[in-house]
Design a protein. Structure first.
Length: 311
C-alpha cells in the first residue's frame, strides 16, 4: 500500500515541520511506500488533495498538520468514498482527534496508521453559504463560534500560546470577550421538513458532526461521526452573566442540563440570522452572511483510528 503524506510545516508555529523531520526516518525504517507534499500557502492542501484524487482511484492520505489542514484536504478530495485519511496532529485545537481518540504522540500515531488502527466511516458535512459551498468534517456555524474562529485565526496571542502548548486558551479568551461585547439577535431555524423554530435572543448556532469544536468545547455530547445525522446546538434566551458561568462547563458537556441550551438532531438545516455574521467550517473562516444551510454528503470517508475509537 502506498501512503501520500500532506504536510503543513507551519502548523502550530512550525511544529508541523519539526514533527515531519522526526517522522520521515521512521517511515524509511519501516520501509513504507510513500510520497510527500508540503503546503506552502493557505488552501494549498485542498489543491494537493484534489490533484492526487483526480484519477478516481483509491488513496490513503496522511495529514501532518492541524484541524485546518484536515479541513482543506477534505475539501479537496474528489470522491470521499475512495479515500482513507490518516492523521498525525500537530495543531492547537485537535477537535478532530478527540472523538476518534487519535494519538497525539508521534510514535503512537505512526503505530495507529501502519499497525493497529482500523478504518472508521465518518460523515462529511456541507455548508452552503450565499456565494459558495464548503465541506466540513467537525462542525460549521454562524455567529459566536464563527466569530471566535475568525478572531483566533489572526490573533497574535494564539502564536504565543501555541508555542507554549496552550493554544486552546486562545479560543476561551476570545469567546469570553465576544460574549461581553456582542448582543444576541433573532434567529429562524428550520430542520428537515419541520416547522421553523424562532429564537428571539440567539448568541450562536453550531452544526456538529463531531461532539467537540473550538479547541475542546464539548458542545454536542451525543454527536456520532458515522450516524448519518447532524447535531445542532442553539444558545439563546440567556443573560450574559449566565453564559459566562456556563461556558467553562461546556468543556465537560454539562451545559446541556441548563435552560437556554437547545440540542437537536437533523439531516438538513437552514439557519437565518437577523444580520450578517461570520461563518466557519471546521474552525476556518469562510464567509460572512445571514443565512447558511447544512447537509450531509452522500458519501462517507474512512479514517484510520484506534480499535477503541468511537464512531
Amino acid at each position: 500500500m502506498k501512503y501520500t503524506f500532506i504536510v503543513n510545516p507551519e502548523s502550530r508555529s512550525g511544529r508541523g515541520g519539526m514533527i515531519w523531520k522526526l517522522a520521515e526516518p521512521e517511515l524509511k525504517k519501516r520501509r513504507i511506500d510513500y510520497e510527500v507534499f508540503y503546503t506552502e500557502y493557505a488552501r494549498h492542501a485542498a489543491g494537493i488533495a484534489a490533484r492526487i484524487t483526480a484519477d478516481g482511484q483509491e488513496h490513503t492520505l496522511v495529514v501532518v498538520g492541524g484541524d485546518g489542514t484536515v479541513d482543506e484536504v477534505v475539501n479537496g478530495i474528489q470522491s470521499c468514498a475512495k479515500v482513507t485519511i490518516g492523521y498525525i496532529p500537530t495543531g492547537s485545537g485537535n477537535d478532530f482527534t478527540r472523538t476518534l481518540r487519535l494519538p497525539t504522540d508521534l510514535h503512537a500515531a505512526l503505530e495507529n496508521i501502519f499497525e493497529t488502527g482500523r478504518k472508521v466511516p465518518m460523515d462529511v458535512g456541507r455548508v452552503i453559504c450565499p456565494d459558495q459551498t464548503y465541506r466540513f468534517a467537525v462542525s460549521a456555524g454562524i455567529g459566536f463560534d464563527a466569530a471566535v474562529c475568525h478572531r483566533a485565526a489572526v490573533s497574535p496571542i494564539k502564536v504565543v500560546l501555541n508555542k507554549l502548548g496552550l493554544g486552546k486558551l486562545t479560543y476561551l479568551a476570545i469567546a469570553l470577550k465576544w460574549i461581553l461585547s456582542e448582543q444576541p439577535m433573532p434567529a429562524e431555524i428550520r430542520m428537515d421538513s419541520e416547522k421553523t423554530k424562532k429564537f428571539e435572543h440567539t448568541y450562536f448556532t453550531a452544526v456538529m458532526n463531531h461532539p467537540y469544536e473550538g479547541g475542546g468545547f464539548f458542545f454536542c455530547p451525543k454527536a456520532q461521526i458515522g450516524d448519518g445525522i447532524l447535531d445542532v446546538i442553539v444558545v439563546s434566551e440567556l443573560p450574559k452573566w449566565k453564559i459566562l458561568l456556563l461556558l467553562p462547563t461546556a468543556f465537560f458537556g454539562k451545559h446541556v442540563n441548563f435552560k437556554g441550551i437547545s440540542i437537536y438532531q437533523c439531516r438538513e438545516i437552514e439557519i437565518k440570522m437577523s444580520r450578517e455574521l461570520p461563518i466557519h467550517a471546521d474552525g476556518e473562516p469562510i464567509a460572512r452572511g445571514q443565512t447558511i444551510r447544512a447537509v450531509l454528503e452522500p458519501e462517507q470517508i474512512q479514517v484510520i483510528a484506534p480499535p477503541d475509537a468511537g464512531a
